[in-house]
Design a protein around this ligand. Sequence first.
Ligand SMILES: [Zn+2]
Ligand SMILES: [Zn+2]
Length: 232
Amino acid sequence: MKKILNLNLNLKQKLSEIKLLMQYAVPVEKLEQATGFVIDLRDDVIGLNLCHHFYSFLPEPNDDYIKNIALVARRKGTFLLLARTGLSAYIYLVSQEKAEFVSSADEKEWSRELLDFFGYRDSAAFSRQLGNSKTLPAYIPSCRDENICPSCRVEHGEFHILGCPLEICPWCDGRLTGCNCRFTQLERDQVTRIKDIEEFSRKLTARGRIPYNKNERLSFPALADDRESAPE
Ligand SMILES: [Zn+2]
Ligand SMILES: [Zn+2]
């Protein structure tokens, strides 16, 4: 509960920092539009991380602003996003922890690591998808997208990031981070060492992890309550 409230505070701080940075980065006549766009992302860590990075380190020396964001791909809680700006378009990799600038969208050579992670055969295949960027879906703030785990941001059908408080325990059907199964499975009183966590992870995989299921989203009443009662 505490963690979620803190997360909200951080988002609030992030938003006010972005607004401050925007004073220096956005052409005056676009400030209102650009600010409205960012405010719409106020409860979305992914969108705010991207905007915070963009306005902290403008990709080019000219004043610029984000007009909209399109979703290129996402996997395991990492979003590959296209930020369309007043002057250009840029690709970012964004997770709950951070945003990373990849390159301008008209880049021709993409890193093998990036292509492999998101399952593109080669740079040409990826550039083709970006070339048709009008057909890319608009990015829906992850907190409003029911296909996305509200805590660790994986997609419906994917395994949660280990440690996500919404992962269901395959032994007892409770919450994996709250139940005692890790102690009973490892026959230990404490599970803090990396070695133990790795061993537990192996046992968990062998038992069969339960992926995020968007249809169970409403069965997390504590989380929904926290969000509604969180201070603005
Ligand atoms: Zn999760
Ligand atoms: Zn359990």
